[in-house]
Design a protein around this ligand. Structure first.
Ligand code: FMN
Length: 200
């Protein structure tokens, strides 16, 4: 039995390539682990707020000193983090928007990147606290970034890998539906991405 967390971030619904790719990853994981339980965190529903001073002050003050407003901010962030902690496998739909991740996903990381929860600092430097998890990234883009001249424009996959790597999640597979805006490639880009899915 595996606990799977599916993080969705495309503002598109039925037309979203990253959702289709992410769903295909989930299906293949379920085929391998039939009793797995999937929890969905759709970041386009109940948006994570943009980070404000009140949030930062909450994250950097002891729980015992929290006002009722800070208690609710802390509980909200802890709930997002607990979904990550409970997952054995994380599938993240990561569509490229303006070379990076959708703002919803960035906001999510602002509420989950917390010392003492997802990482800590010691004399040895930063250390991830979410170990022994597998991450699958379902990436979708109009252009091609896995090779060629636009590789260096990709602030999506390397960023997502870095954030999760910082959390201690080092076992990562990336599947790509890329070239979705390029005639001659776009027609098969999603099918190619889905075909490339291997669950290890
Ligand atoms: C507002 C917007 C910005 C985009 N920015 C990029 C980009 O910087 N690079 C790229 O290759 N594709 C870009 N695209 C194309 C998307 O990556 C592509 O449509 C992909 O399918 C998005 O994933 P989704 O279908 O799951 O939403 C953009 C699309 C939109 C609508």
């Amino acid at each position: 039995m595996k606990n799977i967390l599916h993080i969705i971030s495309s503002p598109r619904k039925d037309l979203s390539a990253s959702r289709k790719l992410g769903n295909a990853v989930i299906e293949k994981i379920q085929r391998k682990y039939p009793d797995s339980v999937v929890k969905e965190r759709d970041l386009t529903k109940n948006l994570v707020p943009l980070l404000e001073e009140a949030h930062i002050n909450t994250f950097f003050s002891p729980a015992e000193s929290h006002s009722p407003e800070q208690q609710s901010i802390n509980a909200y962030s802890e709930n997002l983090i607990s979904e990550l902690q409970e997952a054995d496998i994380i599938v993240i739909d990561s569509p490229m928007y303006n070379f990076s991740v959708p703002a919803t996903l960035r906001a999510y990381f602002d509420f989950t990147s917390r010392a003492g929860y997802t990482f800590k600092y010691s004399e040895k430097g930063p250390e991830g606290l979410l170990n022994d998890k597998k991450l699958y990234i379902a990436f979708a883009s109009g252009n091609i970034y896995s090779e060629g001249p636009y590789q260096i424009y990709d602030s999506n996959v390397p960023y997502v890998k870095n954030v999760f790597g910082f959390y201690g999640v080092k076992d990562v597979s990336v599947f790509r539906a890329e070239g979705l805006s390029i005639p001659g490639i776009m027609e098969n880009a999603l099918a190619k991405g889905i075909d490339s899915i291997v669950i290890d």
